[in-house]
Write a protein that binds this ligand. Sequence first.
Ligand SMILES: Cc1cc2nc3c(=O)[nH]c(=O)nc-3n(C[C@H](O)[C@H](O)[C@H](O)COP(=O)(O)OP(=O)(O)OC[C@H]3O[C@@H](n4cnc5c(N)ncnc54)[C@H](O)[C@@H]3O)c2cc1C
Length: 465
Amino acid sequence: MNKYDLIIIGAGPSGIFAAMEAKKRKPDARIIVFEKGRSIHKRVCPMRTTNRCAGCDPCNITTGFAGAGAFSDGKLSLDSDVGGELATYIGEEATRDLIEYVDGIYLEYGADTMIHGVQNPEAIDRLRKKALRSNLKLVDCPVRHMGTEKGYEIYRAIQEDLERAGIEFSFLNPVKELLIEDGTVRGVIADQEYYSDLVIAGIGREGSEWFAAMCKDRIDTLVGTVDIGVRVETNALITKEMTDLLYEGKLIYYTPTFDDKIRTFCTNPNGWVSAEYYRDGLAVANGHAYKDQGKKSDNTNFALLVSMNFTEPFNTPIEYGQHIAKLANMLAGGKLLVQRYEDFKRGRRTTESRLARNKIIPTMKDAVPGDLSLVLPYRIMTDIDEMIQALEGVSAGIISAGTLLYGVEVKFYSNRVKVDDTFQTNIKNLYVMGDGVGITRGLMQASCNGVHVARQLFPETSPPS
Ligand SMILES: Cc1cc2nc3c(=O)[nH]c(=O)nc-3n(C[C@H](O)[C@H](O)[C@H](O)COP(=O)(O)OP(=O)(O)OC[C@H]3O[C@@H](n4cnc5c(N)ncnc54)[C@H](O)[C@@H]3O)c2cc1C
């Protein structure tokens, strides 16, 4: 029988926390989660051991149980201003309450009790002063760091508990179509038709393009922002003051030439640069770090992202971001490009031999030395260069010749779906959440978003019959 009380599309953090909360509230509910990727037990990224992408289809980094969270760095941002826009929809207080609740669940499953960024306020103030002198705004957010390997273990235990609780997971079974009649959702089409009066989509950045196609002419959207930039890799000593104090301090800058907003994002001290693969093998840069001392690199990586806002008549920012990423992939034979900062400044290609004698050894071995100026618009190149110069005031040495820039990093959360404060779309009983619809940008807020939506659908806790 294909009739369910609740259908969830996507088993990322938003989907699994929605399923968990719905089951807690209504233990008898028949819930199915459709997931494009694999069960967490079968998720293996060969690149993590070989440093070479094996081109798995679907990609094990972005799809499967726990979505993009399974092999992420596992940083849980504990401030309502970081990692998404939840507070804009439901208010600061409700967001803070949800963060506390969800953080408690991650702790129950074994997340590290240590919180970074709260130990030494005087030293943080000194850092803030340095940032201000360079016209940078420092956003210090308390962070709990699960680490890639522990995060994976936590999500594995969650999958096993949810399955024991009777939630059905349908892996390697992407939803292809939404069944909508008279402005109300009735179910979905995956390998066959499945029916429910309640459908939640938590499709992540991986699914945002597919969902944008679903929205066309029936689900209301707003033109979103697309974030485009590079992943920077430097010696961990250069950023040590900041990463020791905050683990991840976010710095925001408005560039002198274009007055564009550019920010640091997703810092991974002693971490590894990695690639995320999207539809048609599109490779974009990312990074992560292990908790285990034996798996630490000598480098720190972080993203520099420029927020691109478009105005009419342009309304397809995802395609814009993809176009730029495709250009980089085209020049690098389907891989990521890497360029030394000195070569970036001088407008010349980084060659194999220049890279071989570089002081900073790339942690991503199959990135292809190349020239980002053949890929990035002049405006973004200028923004990145001006930001790196400003960062020198906080992390002296970042402007050294050998700093590495991997291209490109693009965040595809730009298909912003119009929702009310329950996250219901203009289609009755169709709810959306998470990164793929432009609401969140991180594990914590995606998980909180899932809990919030489930509570809207099942406001009362009912005992099992
Ligand atoms: C390498 C890396 C490191 C990261 N590090 C951090 C970090 O340290 N801290 C942090 O806060 N965030 C981090 N992130 C981001 C974080 O992983 C995401 O913000 C979070 O996972 C978003 O959750 P989500 O549920 O919205 O989407 P996702 O986690 O992307 O999950 C969406 C799921 O939906 C599935 N799906 C998509 N379309 C369909 C469909 N049609 N049918 C069925 N299933 C579908 C996908 O396969 C995917 O499994 C990192 C991401 C990556 C890739």
